[in-house]
Write a protein that binds this ligand. Structure first.
Ligand code: PHE
Length: 484
């Protein structure tokens, strides 16, 4: 840096300007990084010591082929050099060196064809093409340069640089330093130096990893749940059996969601059995003949169906496990949440993927009502910055009543569906052993949908999967929700 400083002022004192910042940088230090040079010049420009004029220019450079000529010679020279007394057939020469090599070598009088073979004619040659390309391209005759462009030895490159001249403060410049170095701190020389700190200078963007936008939004959701006193459920098992994913939730075995076209079934291991026989018996009873005041679904419940392994279709499977555990350990009021991946065998399109993330909240307490559910959900969305929500009656096999949640989107100027909610049915809670004065309210939404809305995306593939643009990951904001 010191060298650049002294060279800069030396040059400007002498010539009043530097015509090309790029060439100047290389002249002083061939290993220098041009971005550093620009940063250095800009820091003097910000003090009005120098003036910079941005120039876009087209420059002629050697192409890869041109660089090869520097090392191995032009194609016609290569052809000449390889010829032995035996000669070479024109077809071979064409194949190895291209048609123009033969033509040029012949025009230059280097070779001739004798009895169908190419042989040397000149005693020795001077490879002018190689000489031309080794020198300063800007000094070449335009016609010759055009020819080299046609032969693809030379190509045009867009190149920007700065023209540097003296600024208003040039003569008043002090030995101001723009950088505080480790050395200056160590030997206390910083106290003696006269330096100015440019607090408006932009820092260099560090090369580093970046958090995925879905993870950022996930963390925001997580923080809201934690602030509201929710505990996180362990959702690390992507494979569930039908029992916890469907049966425990009072979803009948002939329900269309349990078909191959909606659910991914696991081949190996095909089945699992991690639930107690007594509990399974109560589940069987309530499905097939009813109980707890319910008529049930009235069908022949099969254990084999419940034992089938699947990729979980919702995180409510984990909520079922947690509620069962809670009942077994002696019920206490609880608030649970989870944010994790679920899988559905869907037709893929702009808004649907076979895997996505579900955000789920569960509140279990004595005598809570639909009013509590609406209150908690309203507060949850308010903390996401969504004030205006509405509920619409819906159906869910495991909740009664069930409500879809809609939020008003000020940018889209319409109501968009945010999620689903409801109060778990007694046919689900009572077989688990949850006391009968306890109500469990729950809601679920996808993580992708609010993320897409917030980032203004209309294709889910832009945030999930292998076609994500890395720059999008790098450049998007840390925080998306104006939480209150
Ligand atoms: N599991 C539901 C879904 O997949 C969401 C939900 C959770 C609905 C809890 C009601 C209660 O959409």
């Amino acid at each position: 840096k010191e060298i650049f400083n002294s060279k800069l002022f030396e040059k400007l004192d002498k010539d009043n300007s530097i015509e090309n910042s790029r060439e100047w940088g290389i002249e002083i230090d061939p290993t220098s990084n041009y971005n550093d040079i620009v940063g250095f010049l800009k820091s003097w420009e910000s003090l009005n010591t120098i003036q910079l004029e941005y120039i876009d220019s087209i420059q002629n450079c050697l192409s890869e082929v041109g660089k090869d000529v520097l090392i191995n010679g032009s194609p016609e020279a290569k052809l000449y050099n390889i010829l032995t007394a035996e000669g070479m057939s024109p077809a071979d020469a064409n194949k190895q060196f291209g048609a123009t090599a033969f033509g040029s070598a012949k025009n230059k009088g280097w070779i001739e064809v004798k009895q169908g073979k190419i042989v040397k004619k000149a005693e020795s040659i001077i490879d002018t093409v190689k000489q031309d390309l080794s020198g300063d391209l800007s000094k070449l005759d335009n016609k010759i340069l055009d020819q080299y462009k046609k032969s693809r030895f030379v190509e045009e490159k867009k190149m920007s640089y700065y023209r540097v001249s003296k600024g208003e403060q040039y003569n008043k410049r002090s030995k101001e330093l723009s950088d505080l170095t480790v050395e200056m701190l160590k030997d206390d020389s910083w106290e003696k130096e006269n330096y100015k700190v440019n607090i408006n200078a932009m820092g260099v963007v560090p090369e580093q990893g970046y958090r995925h936008p879905l993870n950022k939004v996930k963390n925001e959701f997580k923080q809201i749940f934690l602030d509201m006193g929710f505990e996180e459920m362990p959702t690390f098992n992507f494979v569930e059996n039908g029992f916890w994913n469907f049966d425990a939730l009072f979803q009948p075995q002939q329900h269309p969601a349990r078909e191959l076209q909606d659910t991914f079934f696991i081949k190996d291991p095909k089945t699992s059995h991690d639930f107690s026989d007594e509990y399974a018996e109560r589940v069987k009873q309530v499905h097939s003949v009813g109980g707890y005041g319910s008529l049930g679904w009235v069908y022949d419940w099969k254990l084999e169906e419940a034992e089938k392994n699947i990729l979980r279709t919702h995180t409510t499977a984990v909520s079922a496990r947690m509620l069962y555990k809670l009942a077994q350990n002696g019920f206490k009021p609880k608030k649970y949440f989870s944010i994790d991946r679920v899988f559905r065998n869907e037709t893929l399109d702009a808004t649907h993927l076979a895997e996505f993330h579900q955000v789920e909240g569960v509140i279990a307490d004595v005598d809570i009502s639909l009013g509590h559910l609406i209150g908690v959900i309203s507060e949850f969305f308010k903390r996401l910055g969504i004030d205006n929500i509405r509920f619409k009656p819906a159906f869910n096999p495991y909740t009664e009543p069930s409500m879809e949640i809609f939020g008003y989107h000020p940018m889209l100027k319409r109501w968009v569906e945010l999620g689903n909610s409801g109060i778990f049915r007694p046919e689900l809670l009572l077989p688990m052993g949850i006391p009968d004065n306890v109500r469990v309210a729950a809601w679920g939404l996808s993580l992708e949908r609010p993320t897409m809305i917030k980032y203004g995306l209309d294709n889910i593939r832009a945030i999930f999967g292998n076609s994500i643009n890395v720059n999008f990951i790098k450049n998007n904001p840390i925080c998306m929700f104006e939480s209150k």
